[in-house]
Ligand binder design. Structure first.
Ligand SMILES: [Ca+2]
Length: 191
């Protein structure tokens, strides 16, 4: 009897894992890690750092029936342009499905390097100036404006603050000019 229960438990476990594995796509994570040379985990697209499989918050085993329906609705968003709100995905993950649809996404499993091209450069979810697609290639967090390629962030910040930098340079020049003239005035009066 005990042996039968163990076998049944094993079959149920395998079945759950097989079903859940449909939701995990390590191809993208592997590509980003190799392309960027940075350690990347599932948190780039998923709600949980460890991915969708498991029983922790943001993982399939912890979802309510209503949340599971949202997951299934996201899976059925075959074409681009459909609003999805899958609780196992983060904002970037949901944005990917909304932008390209699950049909194209599934095709990209064989070519994860093409995801950036499909996303285009219009969306910048964290508004740090680096498009989500570029952050995907760079292995940086598209949802954290403080996390981006340092050289790109530097150039973007210089461009964004160009007027402030010009204003500061002009101000410093006039301060220097004023101080120089004050010193000249005192020197002349002493002489
Ligand atoms: Ca960004």
């Amino acid at each position: 009897m005990k042996k039968t229960i163990n076998i049944l438990s094993f079959i149920v476990s395998v079945n759950i894992l097989t079903t859940q594995s449909v939701f995990a796509f390590p191809q993208f994570e592997k590509f980003v890690a190799e392309h960027s040379g940075k350690p990347v985990n599932c948190a780039m697209c998923h709600a949980n750092d460890a991915g969708p499989i498991g029983n922790d918050p943001g993982q399939l085993g912890s979802l309510t029936k209503a949340e599971m329906e949202k997951v299934n609705l996201a899976r059925l968003a075959l074409k681009p342009g459909q609003k999805v709100d899958s609780p196992i995905l983060n904002k970037f993950g949901n944005h990917i499905i909304e932008s390209i649809g699950t049909e194209k996404f599934t095709q990209l499993l064989a070519k994860p390097e093409d995801l950036a091209k499909e996303l285009g450069n219009q969306s910048d979810l964290d508004k740090d100036g680096i498009p989500d697609a570029q952050e995907y290639l760079d292995g940086t967090d598209p949802l954290n404006k403080l996390n981006g390629d340092p050289s790109k962030l530097f150039v973007i910040n210089v461009q964004r603050n160009a007027w402030l930098l010009i204003y500061m340079a002009v101000s410093l020049y006039f301060i220097y000019f004023g101080l120089t003239n004050i010193l000249k005035y005192y020197k002349l009066n002493k002489g």
